[in-house]
Design a protein around this ligand. Structure first.
Ligand code: UDP
Ligand code: MG
Length: 317
């Protein structure tokens, strides 16, 4: 029987300064587990503007385990992960960052747990956020808490995208072919038996994070909208509350007028109520807009990525 294959999927965007170190580390790990699996390295170049793609091509020329897809522009990490899962040939697939923040040393342990048959996926969970800006860490934490409450997909705190899956799970993840991808949520949504391995955060040895603060805010909102319709229900709840309050107010003012007459007053109350209701309405329209825009993009059914060039195992056939 031929040996099983492990595909290592690596989305890369402007990673020329760390890629060599990563390739070095990953080939060493491949050596270590060579008695258990044959490795495929599948790099997804997400429209890098530096020398990332030429480095990848260099590796591909001398190492036939290296495959790649180069996007025509930057489509984002989620698209990179999708392209990788779609084109990986492995019986097992591991998704990991190129910046060594997902320590390759864990691959043998992940593989062992998956090959034992007990788990369908092994995922890594960060215990801390050492080296990260406090405010970023705090917001991330709040986001996962909120997301858990309103969307029902239970993403453990500190969950990363570093994950190994068996083929059945990969196919399940691919069967969710929505364009607005929130991969962390999708991994959880498809179910299967997952083992979480905790680890301590590793700082980037070189290069910098591609995530700006606003990028993360957008990512978080996207994650909530992708997995929950609870925000839409807020409008109905608030509407109901306002109705009850206004009924009570009507009663109060009618009785007040009947009992003590009608002194001219109430401008502050009036303006407060108008402003409050106006604000609530705009907020609710905004939420509607969020869902509408996502639905709009989804209905267009655009491809999740466009490849400019590629070298894949299946191309050879
Ligand atoms: N990445 C990508 N496309 C992007 C942004 C990032 O493929 O548009 C890749 C990046 O090269 C890295 C991984 O996604 O391999 C994680 O990115 P980064 O280290 O910037 O994120 P952080 O670790 O700060 O969350
Ligand atoms: Mg990183």
């Amino acid at each position: 029987m031929a040996q099983e294959v492990l595909s290592i999927v690596v989305p890369c965007y402007n990673e020329e300064v760390v890629l060599a170190a990563f390739y070095d580390a990953i080939t060493k790990i491949a050596e270590q587990i060579s008695d258990k699996v044959t490795c495929e390295f599948l790099f997804i170049d997400d429209g890098s503007k530096d020398g990332t793609l030429s480095l990848i091509k260099e590796y591909a020329a001398k190492d036939e385990r290296v495959h790649y897809i180069a996007f025509s522009r930057n489509f984002g990490k989620e698209a990179g992960i999708y392209a990788g899962l779609q084109n990986a040939i492995g019986d097992y697939v591991v998704v990991m960052d190129a910046d060594l923040q997902h320590p390759p040393e864990y691959i043998p342990e992940m593989l062992q747990n998956i090959q034992s048959g007990e788990y369908d996926s092994v995922a890594m969970r960060r215990l801390d956020r050492k080296g990260e800006k406090r405010i970023k860490a705090w917001f991330s934490k709040q986001f996962y808490k909120l997301n858990q409450k309103i969307s029902g997909v239970d993403i453990p705190e500190g969950a990363t995208d570093y994950r190994m899956m068996r083929r059945t799970m990969v196919d399940a993840v691919l069967s969710l072919n929505e364009v607005n991808r929130f991969t962390k949520g999708i991994f959880t949504w498809v179910g299967f038996r997952t083992l979480w391995i905790p680890y301590h955060n590793v700082e980037r040895p070189a290069g910098e994070s591609k995530w700006s603060f606003w990028g993360l805010v957008k990512y978080s909102l996207n994650g909530i909208v992708a997995f929950s319709t609870v925000p839409l229900a807020i409008a109905s709840v608030l509407g109901a509350i306002c109705c009850v309050i206004s009924l009570l107010m009507v009663l109060f003012y009618v009785l007040k007028t009947l009992i003590i007459g009608d002194p001219v007053a109430g401008f502050p109350t009036l303006i407060t109520v108008i402003l409050f209701l106006g604000g609530v309405q705009l907020l609710m329209i905004g939420i509607l807009g969020q869902y509408l825009s996502k639905t709009y993009m989804e209905v267009k059914h655009r491809p999740m990525y466009i490849a400019r060039e590629q070298k894949l195992e299946n191309d050879k056939k």
